[in-house]
Design a protein around this ligand. Structure first.
Ligand code: ADP
Length: 438
């Protein structure tokens, strides 16, 4: 460290005083002063040259210089050394980080605020087909061109991951997730979930095949039971047969719902969408609900926006909406009103089913759409439910780009709302003849 930056001034003043004294003694002040200043300047010029030579050379060790120049060179040397040490430590951290990211099986890509590729690991080359050197600083949207990815990327809200096939290998399914960081930068991670998908497909096809296989024996059993029930048989036997018939009926419902769920799970989006005559669909459901309600005589009101219809899959939507309406009939006491409402707002379309029944406690609500989740096991089985109804509703609504929301208050009733985006809505004058899917 430089001991005292003012020391050089002190030396200079002392030198001047000595020169003035000497000049006065020899009676030639001007010459003595000139020689002294020249000597002083020459000395510091030489020191400056030596210092600059060392600074511009690649030599690490500083030259041995006297006085203030030695201090200066040494201080500079120490600062440079600590800077170099810090740089080496940072480089080693970055290297380790890059090595560990490169070793990741997931593709990791850093994208800057202008959507340009900044850095990626080697898995990104295998899974996304990025080419080192060639693709650097290219726009990610020019390289990953699937419209669903572009939509997802531009949305800028990445709570849910996106699943797509790899752009270079259609045997690989990737799950993309994006995180914001820094100033507008984004970190994209693409994970290979092909194996998980395969296992999921095996599970789905097992459920689907098992349900399918159960249908035939059940139909045979029900046929025989109906035949026996038509006979004059002793009363205890009759009661047993009636119960068997009820349970066989319930099993048929279960098999039907399990088949429906596994079909819904097999694809994420509806592919065969058509304009649906929602007014007819809801009127049919209301008519069936009145039959189901029978002696309980629930007043069922249907309020509909007359100008708009929904675009989607007829059978699925019929199944979802009827599940909601039939639940309202099954889980509310006799004569409590039920309102089915189809309304369009500025941002969405909502199909809601509202009842003034017993309501559902808040802690049950997030779990209601789980398979076989029931609030009251005995009441649900009694009511003929399979425990899969709301799960089916949720899947159908998601497949139509929407969301199921449940609002309920104990003692006041419940409201089940299916929210659909406006791109699934059509104005009635644009409606082409709706095909019949049944
Ligand atoms: P389930 O076939 O048993 O009816 P769901 O998935 O349709 O199965 O419904 C799950 C549970 O949610 C039901 O068991 C019932 O307890 C409750 N539930 C559904 N709809 C209503 C409603 N409108 N009012 C009160 N509880 C309801």
């Amino acid at each position: 460290m430089i001991k005292s930056p003012y020391r050089i001034l002190t030396y200079f003043i002392l030198l001047l005083l000595v020169a003035i004294g000497t000049g006065w003694l020899v009676n030639d002040l001007a010459w003595v002063l000139a020689i002294t200043l020249l000597g002083w300047s020459a000395y510091h010029l030489i020191m400056l040259v030596l210092t600059l030579r060392w600074v511009s050379s690649k030599k690490a060790d500083p030259p041995e210089l006297p006085g203030i120049w030695g201090d200066l060179v040494y201080t500079f040397y120490r600062k440079q050394k600590s800077h170099r040490d810090r740089e080496a430590a940072l480089t080693s951290i970055i290297n380790r980080y890059q090595q560990s990211s490169a070793a990741l099986k997931d593709a990791v890509v850093i994208v800057d605020a202008q959507d340009r590729l900044e850095w990626w690991n080697s898995a990104a080359e295998d899974l996304l087909g990025l080419k080192p050197l060639i693709d650097r600083h290219k726009s990610i949207l020019n390289l990953l061109r699937d419209p669903r990815f572009i939509r997802y990327y531009k949305r800028r809200q990445y709570q849910d991951p996106l699943e797509l096939l790899s752009p270079i290998n259609d045997q690989i399914t990737l799950q993309y997730s994006i995180t914001h960081f820094g100033e507008g930068d984004r970190l994209l991670v693409a994970r290979d979930i092909s194996r998980m998908k395969q296992l999921e497909q095996v599970r789905q096809s097992f459920v689907s095949n098992a349900s399918h296989e159960l249908r035939t024996p059940l139909t045979v059993m029900r046929g025989y039971l109906e035949t026996f029930l038509d006979q004059e048989l002793p009363r205890p036997l009759m009661r047993g047969l009636q119960q068997m018939e009820q349970q066989a009926h319930r099993m048929e419902g279960l098999v039907r719902d399990m088949l429906m769920l596994s079909r819904l799970e097999s694809t994420r989006h509806v592919t065969d969408e058509y304009p649906i005559d929602i007014h007819q669909l809801l009127s049919d459901i209301k008519r069936d609900a009145i039959v189901l309600s029978a002696d309980k005589a629930h007043p069922i009101e249907l309020i509909m926006d007359p100008d708009y219809d929904l675009v989607g899959q007829d059978n699925e939507l019929h199944s979802a909406f009827s599940n909601l309406v039939f639940n309202a009939v099954r889980y509310t006491p006799a004569q409590t009103p039920i309102v089915i409402r189809w309304q369009i707002t500025d941002t969405e379309a909502i199909l809601s089913v509202e009842d003034k029944g017993p309501g559902i406690e808040a802690y049950h609500i997030p779990r209601l759409t789980e398979r076989f989740y029931r609030i009251d096991e005995s009441r649900s089985s009694e009511s003929g439910g399979t425990g899969l109804g709301l799960s089916i509703v949720k899947h159908v609504v998601i497949r139509h780009g929407g969301q199921l929301k449940i609002h309920s208050q104990i003692g006041l009733g419940s409201r089940f709302c299916c929210h659909f985006p406006l791109d699934h809505i059509i104005r009635l004058e644009n409606l082409t003849s709706p095909p019949h899917n049944n």
